[in-house]
Write a protein that binds this ligand. Sequence first.
Ligand code: SF4
Length: 333
Amino acid sequence: MSSQIKINRIQRALDLLTPHESHCTLCPHECGADRRKGEKGICESGVQTKLSHVGLHFGEEPVLSGYRDCSSEILNKKTHLAGSGTLFFSGCNLKCLFCQNYQLSWFNQGTEVTPAELAKNILTLQKKGALNINLVSPMHFLIPILRGLELAYEQGLHLQIVYNTNAFEKVQTLTLLEGIMDIYLPDLKFFSLLAARTLSNTLDYFQYAHLAIKEMFRQKPNLRFNNNEIAQEGLIIRHLVLPGMVKDSIDIMEWIAGNVSLSVGISLMSQYFPCFRAPKEIQKKLSSKDYSLVVDHAQKLGFEILFIQPELFESTEHLNPDFDKKSPFKWTD
Ligand code: SF4
């Protein structure tokens, strides 16, 4: 799709989204915050984007990062592709108690940037050879992000955009992103009301998330790759398997198989690490047995594109970033 078509779609979306700056109902919380007057909703976001970390990421799914294995040994060689161009935003509308990025989602670490500064960061990632632009937790900053993307396209952005979200989204908002986002990368975190209530600030996570994922699938039903096996468009649904919660994970896999498609990408993450305010039920590491039960079930259901992380059980490294450090990940770019 040409840059001009994307710019036109962004402008149309901004026309409809901008009123949310003074009465924000972008997400299911529908706080009604007047951000122009400095009011903050549950996500604690203002009018400008707050950016916490920008850099090439080598630990996303191989079709996004270009790396099949992000062990230190492989990364030190950095022989081939260039990583996913990630922009980590501060704040969150879901605030899971076990959040692996709690320094951003709960503590709002980051710096406010204008759309022009955001565009500059995006173009710097492109210049460094990023394979895509990966917006991490973008929903609550959708308006200034779209302004930044518009400027970046005007200045030569040509990479695919990855919309990396917790999926606690409204369909009405997502509909406006059609033709702008190339790859949807939602989490599907909890199936049961009990899990959502115990582990996040919502009761009705699945009620919204399942509709959001259906809308993403409507927009991007086919996962398509280039000759280097890098995703160009489509839907990849992530699920972080939590300790002792195999049933919830299996319910999620069955729902996707029965209600979305067996041809979407499924990423079963094993990188859970007990941190922040994780309640006692999940104050332990994920066992390889629990993880294998979920993977086996997904394979039995017949998913065609399944990303898994069994290697993490063999490693003493965990993938969680530390955003207090200048280089939060185990690599530098
Ligand atoms: S995006 Fe933030 S301010 Fe807007 S409705 Fe959601 S939580 Fe509230």
